[in-house]
Ligand binder design. Structure first.
Ligand code: S3P
Length: 193
């Protein structure tokens, strides 16, 4: 693969899950940029937002990406949903790997995040109107970010696809090889890839 493989997309797109599956099928290590930040800070993403603010988190995110992009070994990296907001991050990601956008509809995101308290940017007041307000927030953020997500080299629409179908699509379009696959070499015998 072209150095690293970066999985981008909105919150709840399943980037980490897909990344772990891909790593299990290939010989590449897997990293999750949010996890990297949480380990370094000793705080969860929500706590960082609450105690230090979003600007601090974005700086930490930038540092995480620089660190992960600089690794010698080609890696699979799940990005936080907002990593592509920063122009320098986008340039770094495109220069050091294949950027894959896991595209999801607002309705699918809503179903995946409605019961999660993990994401500070999707916190809306509980009570009547909660579901409508959350869906509205997701739609608005997705519309604003969509042009940036679409700068990715590979776009995979995940609605309606099973996890294994998505993983297969990433393998195919990002030209990743499962490590157990075999091909015939020119002498006709099997050759490990
Ligand atoms: C964010 C997405 C989150 C996390 C933070 C901000 C965003 O990651 O980085 O809450 O701005 O979209 P996930 O996409 O893994 O939820």
């Amino acid at each position: 693969m072209k150095k690293h493989l970066y999985l981008s997309g909105f919150m709840g797109a399943g980037k980490s899950r897909i990344g772990r599956e891909l790593a299990a099928l290939t010989e590449h290590p897997f990293y999750d940029s949010d996890k990297w930040i949480e380990e370094r800070e000793g705080l969860t993403v929500r706590e960082i937002f609450e105690q230090k603010g979003e600007a601090y988190f974005r700086e930490a995110e930038k540092e995480a990406l620089r660190h992960l992009a600089g690794r010698k070994e080609a890696s699979i990296v799940a990005l936080g949903g907002g990593a592509i907001l920063d122009e320098e991050n986008r340039r770094l990601l495109k220069e050091t790997g294949t950027l894959v956008y896991i595209k999801t509809s607002p309705e699918a995101v809503f179903e995946r995040v409605r019961h999660s308290k993990k994401r500070p940017l999707l916190t809306v007041a509980e009570g009547p109107g909660y579901e409508q307000a959350l869906l509205q927030r997701i739609r608005q953020m997705l519309t604003e970010r969509e042009p940036l997500y679409k700068e990715a080299e590979v776009i995979i629409e995940r609605d309606g696809l099973s996890l294994s179908e998505i993983v297969e699509a990433v393998l195919k379009f990002a030209k990743l090889k499962p490590h157990s696959s075999t091909v015939k070499n020119h002498t006709g015998s099997d050759q490990k890839m």
